[in-house]
Design a protein around this ligand. Sequence first.
Ligand code: AMP
Ligand code: MG
Length: 319
Amino acid sequence: MATRIADASDPEAIREAARIIRRGGLVAFPTETVYGLGADALDPLAVARIFAVKGRPRLDPLIVHVAGAAEASSYGIFPGPAHGLMQRFWPGPLTLVVKKAPAVPDIVTAGLETVALRVPSHPAALALIRAADRAIAAPSANPFGYVSPTEASHVAAQLGGAVDLILDGGPSSVGVESTILSLDGEVPALLRAGGITLEALTALLGTVEIATDPGAKPQAPGQMKRHYATRTPLEITDAGGPAAGERVGLLSLGPEDARGYAAVEILSPTGDLGEGAARFFGALRRLDGMALDRILARPFPETGLGRALMDRLRRAASR
Ligand code: AMP
Ligand code: MG
């Protein structure tokens, strides 16, 4: 049976979603980054369903979503530098990895001694966490490895029938996943580029170690080389176009010569990275739905949000 999609701005829908979470069910819900597939973080059976529905390997730990910094301190042990970060960037797209509190089940952290915590800023996400009165473990609401969902319709297309309710809160405003910063070592370490820029973190912290290369250190078991991937082969190139008889799609941040392409996605007419990020995954999905031979993606500038976008593109292009 198709899963019902409820309007996230309807308080009754939030109450229903909260009841589902409290009895161990799964709710897909909007966040400012991407749509999440949520379950009660302290209920190992409910969390196990997340892994099953996504086809996600159990060694890939989940982010725990909480309503505020005070709630976060029940699940993790926050060192000094965390406080400035929480004050500056929460609620928002920054996930902090810290030593876990005993309450957090092993299935959530994939057996690690650390836990990833975040306070989302989307009002419906916060309303759900508060109404459920639970910490909510949630990865992106898509099959493991595929393009992330930034609209309720993306979730319905792929996980409809497998989850108990989908909350529709409109398109995700940031559009890429949270930045993951580990505070478990001597120096704060960037584990995943995301919605909060490295520049913003460095301005606050001074030094940030960059540990986003999947080959570098197995700090984040979820740093899979191939991820966020279209079924259509994707190539990153700043030159080149379609060969004769070939159906090729083009993905570009700013305006591009569209001649010869079967489909073109220009993410932002002004080349704005914020607008580009918000439209990125939706554009990839549209191109992937067109039975193209190939998708060509123009590289993003690797500053600000461009870092997160290039990270997603590289993983999507990896075979
Ligand atoms: P997703 O929810 O799919 O956006 O992925 C969450 C990501 O958070 C995982 O793939 C991991 O890379 C990362 N993560 C979660 N928990 C931890 C942790 N305890 N230590 C390091 N990375 C983590
Ligand atoms: Mg994901």
